[in-house]
Ligand binder design. Structure first.
Ligand SMILES: *Cc1c(COP(=O)(O)O)cnc(C)c1O
Length: 384
């Protein structure tokens, strides 16, 4: 059935041995999450109600004041920025992206500039850089914060990078001027106490993507201060029907199935035996390494491919396969052949290394990866 579907589209299915990437479809929601989404399909729902209730459940699960489900973290960045400019004031909400009369600057440390920060400007807000590439001083940040500052955007995974100001310090300086701090914490979901840790460190809003905890690729949520979460809600699509003018959140609409899927995925993630999850990765890695172990000229190293796309010793979630010149095909050629097959197998290539990340790989896919790798890495494979 799945094969027929892909064939009809003129596509080959992909085995994702790269990790969690939006461009490969995110993660695979579990049968439990999928089941909840199907159940939600049986009935219509008042979406404003569903968003209100689901936000309440997410907040309770995480032990935070308030939460709002959004279609991903990027939408969360847009809505959080809008919220900090408009509050719940209707005329302002309808005025965006025209920001006249509003504080519309979002301050970011230069050392934290990253590829998602441009989404702040979708609201009409302007990004204001502070500090230099190496870091920021408290004095520099204090000077940048003024009556035109709507918020500070802080990047969770770059917290304290170089000589930049850490969240605790940023929040202290911003709060002294009544300015809220938004944190993009998209993948900071494990250990699960991480979710609320940003609020504990002073963030007013923190943003997460469901693609990183087994939810739908297009899910996510914003958590934080109740008044600001209410302002996020006031800017989203859910009240669009009762207003004359759309809020700028209108393009970020949600299916009821998705809202329910995000809640169920979060529940499952919080209940999950994460030790067992990591053991599963290690088992997959050992299975592949066991089969390739007999092949001459390969160096096999179980490692951790991090969210920052770096290699670390632990916890194991990938196999690094160093391909020696004697094996016939080099790493780039093996990667290209894996990708050209049916099903296509996507791995990372770094110089002489193939990085086979098993986080998104099911049991049956491990067998296919193992056999295809073994065939391509046999000495003399190039001449076959
Ligand atoms: C993936 C990601 C996002 C965007 O999340 P979506 O849910 O895909 O919109 C934002 N920030 C970081 C750090 C991410 O990794």
């Amino acid at each position: 059935m799945a094969e027929r579907l892909f064939a009809e589209f003129g596509m080959r299915p992909v085995i994702n041995a790269r990790g969690i990437y939006t461009d490969l479809g995110g993660w695979r929601p579990s049968p439990r999450v999928w089941g909840a989404m199907q159940a939600a399909n049986q009935h219509y729902a008042d979406m404003a109600d569903l968003l209100e209730r689901s936000g309440g459940i997410v907040a309770e699960l995480l032990g935070v004041p308030a939460a709002r489900i959004t279609p991903g973290a990027t939408a969360g960045i847009v809505l959080a920025t809008a919220a900090c400019m408009t509050g719940t004031e209707r005329s302002r909400i309808e005025q965006l992206p025209d920001t006249r009369g509003m504080a519309d600057q979002v301050v970011i440390q230069r050392a934290q500039r990253y590829r998602w920060d441009k989404f702040v400007t979708l609201t009409g807000a302007r990004l204001v850089e502070v500090g230099d590439a190496d870091g920021t001083t408290a004095g520099q940040l204090e000077t940048a914060l003024g009556p035109r500052t709507a918020a500070v955007l802080h990047v969770g995974h770059l917290d304290g990078i170089g000589d930049s100001l850490p969240l605790l310090h940023v929040a202290e300086l911003a709060h002294a001027r009544g300015i809220p701090v938004i944190v993009d914490a998209a993948y900071s979901n494990y250990p699960t106490e991480r979710f609320r840790s940003f609020l504990d460190a002073g963030a007013d809003l923190a943003i997460f993507s469901a693609k990183y905890f087994g939810g739908p690729n297009t899910g996510g949520f914003v958590i934080g201060r109740a008044d600001l979460v209410a302002a996020v809600a006031a800017n989203d699509f859910s009240k669009a029907g009762v207003q004359d003018t759309f809020a700028i959140g209108r393009p970020f609409k949600l299916d009821r199935q998705l809202v329910v899927g995000v809640v169920e995925a979060l529940r499952e993630w919080l209940e999950l035996d994460h030790g067992g999850r990591f053991e599963g990765y290690e088992r997959h890695v050992q299975r592949i390494a066991g089969r390739l172990g007999g092949i001459e000229g390969l160096t096999l190293t179980p490692m951790c491919f991090t969210m920052e796309e770096e290699l670390q010793p632990e916890p194991i979630n990938c196999l690094v396969v160093r391909v020696a010149p004697t094996s016939g095909l080099n790493a780039a050629q093996v990667e290209a052949q894996l990708r050209a097959g049916n099903p296509a197998i996507y791995v990372h290539v770094r110089g002489d290394d193939l990085i086979v990340d098993v986080e998104c790989v099911d049991d049956w896919e491990v067998e296919i990866i193992t056999e295809r790798l073994a065939r391509l890495l046999q000495p003399g494979a190039a001449s076959q």
